[in-house]
Design a binder for this molecule. Sequence first.
Ligand code: BMA
Length: 328
Amino acid sequence: MNPGGISFIRRSSANPVLSKKDVPYPAELTFNAGVCKFQGRYVMCFRNDYGCTEAEFASGSGSLQTNIGLAFSDDGIKWEVAPEPVFRYKDGGSTRAYDPRLTVIDGRCYLCFATDGDYGVRGGIAVTDDFENFDVLYLSEPDNRNMVLFPEKINGKFVRLDRPMPLYGKCGLENFDLWLSYSPELRYWGDHARILSAGEIPFCNSKCGPAAPPVKTGAGWLTTFHAVEKLPERSLNSWEPAGWHKAYSAGIMLLDLADPAKVLGIAKEPLLVPETDYENNGFRGGVVFPGGMILEDSGEVKIYYGAADTAECLALADVDDLIAACLK
Ligand code: BMA
């Protein structure tokens, strides 16, 4: 696995900031959360996998189910989980929604999610004003996921990043890329453009895709991405009986404000590489996966990430350092 990571990033001493012990209903793995600031508070929607223990999973006697939980915070560090899960999605072929991402646009909160079933994986977009009622506005065709929305319209259109999964075109290899699309009203999408692929990332030999929704800075849209390195010779610590060989790191890049399909710079070093105990041990060790990024007025950037597909963590950096790393 690629060592290091950007030296100025700081992991919160409160990590993990959310784990199963904080959840007042059945919970086993609480991770890959979306986070935003909404109506004066920090709001988190997190993936909650539940229904079996590590031993049951390993022996094949139990399986995991998934719902999406809700938590609130006044400082972005201490979280209080709402009494019930908040969002489920089911249709003919799909049984669950997972990996939520949150973006506030013009005062409404949009939740992007993945949903899978016998047809494959689809990316969905829902909108809520109260975190109780959600209207599903859009579902992609299979296979696509890791969808995130920009926090404002650009050139009069909504903009999203996502990661289609074209196995046929990639000769069966998981070398997926990061794409950008536009929509007039979040239902019909077009002007698709590939903006990042594994070959451009020094710490990726497999798939890459979006992570947290972008934040706006004077220098451009700052956005994280996930980058996978396959390690066939190494078994990472995990619940998987067959072993786990994919390390997930996070990277960061800067996109042009007026034309976000234009990449202004990609940090050569990874933003975060799994290196702590809570990133290397759990359901899938060797995984860090950002899902939320908040730019504070002070210039501090809070980056929320799933660790080992088991708990939710927080890392901190200064916005100017992140921009400089992208442009170096
Ligand atoms: C992906 C998704 C993510 C997960 C990652 C690493 O395929 O399932 O939710 O974090 O794998 O296990």
